[in-house]
Design a protein around this ligand. Structure first.
Ligand code: FE2
Length: 377
C-alpha cells in the first residue's frame, strides 16, 4: 500500500450526526500545574485566563486555564495522592488527558457516540454559576485519553463554572501568534491503528483523508504507519500512528514504553506567520527538532515555488511540504517533558488541508536521531 489521499472533504457527503465546532480546550494532567502554566505563558506566549482549586470550592485538584487567540490549554494537578489524576501522572508522566470538542448539544453528542459504541467517561452534566450554564459530557478514546463535549452557548464567564477569572497584571507575556489547534496526533499500540480508525469513523463520523504506510515512513532502522482522521467539516483532525516492524525499535514504541500505553503524541498549533512564531518561541527557550541543512538543497524542486524567502526558513529549520491543495510549513518541538512523550508542532497552512509525506519522513528521521541519543533506538 502506498500513500493514499482520499477525495477532498465534502460536508454534504458526511452524515453529520456529531457536528463539531472545533477544539474547545486541551487538558493536561501534570505534576505541578502552577509551574506548567507559567511555562506555557513564558515560553509559548499564553495568557492567564482562569483558575479552579480550593479557593473556588474544588477540593481535589488545581487547574489553570491559559489562552492564546482560540487556543486554550488547561493544566491540572492533583492536591493529594489518592486521586485518579495522581494515578494518571504516576503511570504516564505529564500528558494530555482531554481533547475537548465544542458542540451545540453535549447531551446529544454523548447519546449519539455512546449509541455507536463509545465507552462513556462522563454522562451529560449541567454546570451553572452566575455567568450561565455549560453542559459537559465525555467518552473514552485510546489509552486513558478522553474526549469531552463542551456545550457553552449559554455561558458568558471566563472559562467554565467552578473557575474564576485569573490574571497577573505584572506578568503579561506577548503572544507568539499561535491561533488554534490544527490537529492532535494519537500513538496507539501494535496493530491497533485500524481499530481506532474504525472507532473515529463509526463513533464520531470522521473520514480517513490520508494514509501513510511503513514504506512511506521508514528509515533503515525503524518505521511507523499513520492514518489521518478528519471530522466532516475538517475542523477537527486526529491522525493515528502505530509502530511498524524495523531492524530496531520504532519511535512509536519508544513513546508507548515511556508513556506506559497509548496517548497523545503531539498537539499542532496553527499560526499565520511561522517565521515570526518560531523566532519568538526560540527566543523564549522552546527547543525544536533539527533537520540536516541538506533538506533545503532540493526543497524548491520538491514543493515548487513558495511565497516565503528560503533564508529565514533555513535559519530556523522550518519544514515545507505540499498536498494536492497547496503547501504547508511546519516545525516540531522536542518533547516538553523529560520522558520522550508529548511534543508540539507549529504549522502554517498555505492552502494545504492535509499533510505531506516529505515532512512526515523528515520528522520521523529527526525523532530517530533524538531517540538514538537517548539510547532507545
Ligand atoms: Fe502533526
Amino acid at each position: 500500500m502506498k500513500t493514499t489521499l482520499a477525495n477532498s472533504l465534502n460536508p454534504a457527503q458526511t452524515a453529520d450526526f456529531l457536528p463539531l465546532e472545533g477544539t474547545d480546550y486541551v487538558e493536561f494532567y501534570v505534576g505541578n500545574a502552577k509551574q506548567a502554566a507559567h511555562f506555557y505563558m513564558s515560553a509559548f506566549g499564553f495568557k492567564a485566563l482562569a483558575y479552579a482549586g480550593p479557593e473556588t470550592g474544588v477540593r481535589d485538584r488545581a487547574s489553570y486555564a491559559v489562552r492564546q487567540h482560540k487556543l486554550t490549554f488547561v493544566l491540572t494537578t492533583p492536591l493529594r495522592g489518592e486521586n485518579p489524576i495522581a494515578d494518571h501522572i504516576y503511570k504516564h508522566g505529564d500528558g494530555v488527558k482531554a481533547l475537548s470538542l465544542r458542540v451545540q448539544d453535549a447531551t446529544r453528542a454523548w447519546e449519539e457516540t455512546t449509541k455507536r459504541g463509545a465507552l462513556s467517561y462522563m454522562e451529560p452534566q449541567r454546570m451553572e454559576d452566575k455567568d450561565g450554564e455549560v453542559v459537559i459530557s465525555g467518552i473514552h478514546t485510546y489509552g486513558d485519553t478522553v474526549h469531552l463535549f463542551i456545550e457553552r452557548k449559554n455561558y458568558g464567564g471566563a472559562f467554565l463554572p467552578g473557575y474564576r477569572a485569573w490574571s497577573n497584571p505584572h506578568f503579561q507575556p506577548t503572544d507568539c501568534g499561535l491561533l488554534y489547534v490544527d490537529h492532535c496526533v494519537g500513538n496507539v499500540g501494535w496493530n491497533q491503528m485500524n481499530k481506532w480508525v474504525t472507532f473515529y469513523e463509526e463513533v464520531l463520523g470522521f473520514k480517513n483523508i490520508l494514509s501513510f504506510d511503513d514504506e512511506d515512513i521508514s528509515t533503515e532502522y525503524s518505521a511507523l504507519m499513520s492514518k489521518v482522521m478528519s471530522s466532516g467539516n475538517g475542523y477537527v483532525k486526529f491522525p493515528i500512528n502505530e509502530p511498524a516492524e524495523g531492524k530496531k525499535k520504532s519511535q512509536i514504541e519508544e513513546y508507548l514504553d515511556f508513556y506506559n500505553g497509548e496517548g497523545c503524541q503531539h498537539v499542532a498549533m496553527a499560526t499565520n506567520d511561522i517565521v515570526h512564531t518560531v523566532t519568538e518561541l526560540k527566543k523564549r527557550g522552546v527547543e525544536f527538532l533539527q533537520v540536516p541543512t541538506s533538506y533545503y538543497d532540493t526543497l524548491l524542486d520538491r514543493v515548487g515555488s513558495i511565497d516565503e524567502d528560503l533564508t529565514p526558513l533555513k535559519e530556523l529549520g522550518i519544514l515545507v511540504d505540499r498536498d494536492n491543495e497547496g503547501y504547508l510549513l511546519q516545525l516540531f518541538t522536542k518533547p516538553v517533558e523529560d520522558r520522550p512523550t508529548l511534543f508540539f508542532e507549529i504549522i502554517q497552512r498555505k492552502g494545504a488541508i492535509s499533510f505531506g509525506k516529505g515532512n512526515f519522513k523528515a520528522l520521523f528521521e529527526a525523532i530517530e536521531r533524538e531517540q538514538e541519543s537517548r539510547g532507545n533506538l
